[in-house]
Design a protein around this ligand. Structure first.
Ligand code: 6PG
Length: 256
């Protein structure tokens, strides 16, 4: 790990969110790893254990590799419960599985005790998996679960977790975890809902690369009505960590 923390080339902190932009993907993931370690350390100074939720897709894999190697700074994983903010309705060994991606990156070094890894059972029906997962979250975090950190990605259509545009789970106001039919993907998903996401102490969106530039600009500028725009922590911190490619259009005309 480089001992010098990457500095953002752009930062804004207003309208209830923080936006940081880094020169390169490497700087972005290095800074994100440090931020994750900092959040966990701060949490463990206050509590015996903490709980984080990983996002899926491809973007965070490098972050997880950095974290596995301790590049963000030492993390006492024995005191960290690791969950997932969504999952595809597939078995854990499926190449589409978010758990599999994490297993090949964050969990590859064995630093996270197996008993602290809480995967979504994508091999069950989506409904069963969602119910089982909500029960597991409550078993570990109590009946009013609050995640210390939720990592999220951003899809080109503005979805986050598995909250896709025009999908039924967008309207879920009671369940904390829901099955969600994504017609355009002809698939079912299991996802955190807004009630759970918006209780988090910290929510960190990560987006990298030029193909996210359009949607990042729209979402951060408040244009349109995208699922990711409805992630607004009730009391927690909302942080967007981007690289120059994904934030290029937004920082030309920031919306503050
Ligand atoms: C998933 C994710 C999803 C992801 C975005 C971005 O299960 O796919 O949770 O919300 O974060 O689709 O995916 P990429 O990082 O692959 O662009």
């Amino acid at each position: 790990m480089s001992t010098v923390a990457p500095k953002p080339i752009y930062r804004e902190a207003n309208s209830g969110r923080i936006v940081e932009v880094y020169t390169s993907p490497t700087d972005l993931f290095s800074a994100a790893a440090r931020k994750v370690a900092e959040i966990i350390s701060e949490c463990l100074n206050r509590k015996q254990s903490c709980a984080i939720a990983l996002s899926g897709g491809s973007t965070p894999k490098r972050l997880y590799e950095f974290l596995a190697k301790g590049e963000g700074g030492a993390i006492d994983w024995k005191r960290v419960h690791v969950f997932f903010s969504d999952e595809r309705n597939v078995p854990p060994e499926d190449k589409e599985s978010n758990y599999r991606m994490a297993k090949e990156s964050l969990f590859a070094t064995g630093a996270v005790p197996a008993s602290n890894i809480h995967r979504i059972h994508g091999e069950f029906s989506a409904e069963e998996a969602a119910q089982q997962y909500e029960d597991e979250i409550k078993k570990v975090l109590g009946n009013d679960p609050v995640f210390d950190l939720v990592l999220l990605g951003l899809g080109p259509d503005g979805h986050t977790a598995s909250l896709f545009p025009d999908s039924p789970a967008l309207r879920e106001s009671k369940k904390l975890v829901a099955a969600n039919r994504v017609d355009k993907l002809k698939s079912d998903r299991i996802t955190f809902t807004y009630p759970l996401l918006n209780r988090a102490e910290h929510v960190m969106f990560l987006a990298s690369g030029p193909d996210k530039a359009d949607i990042v600009r729209s979402v951060l500028s408040g244009e349109g009505d995208y699922p990711s725009q409805h992630v607004r922590p009730n009391k927690g911190e909302l942080l967007w960590m981007l690289d120059k490619d994904s934030a290029g259009q937004y920082i030309e005309h920031p919306s503050h």
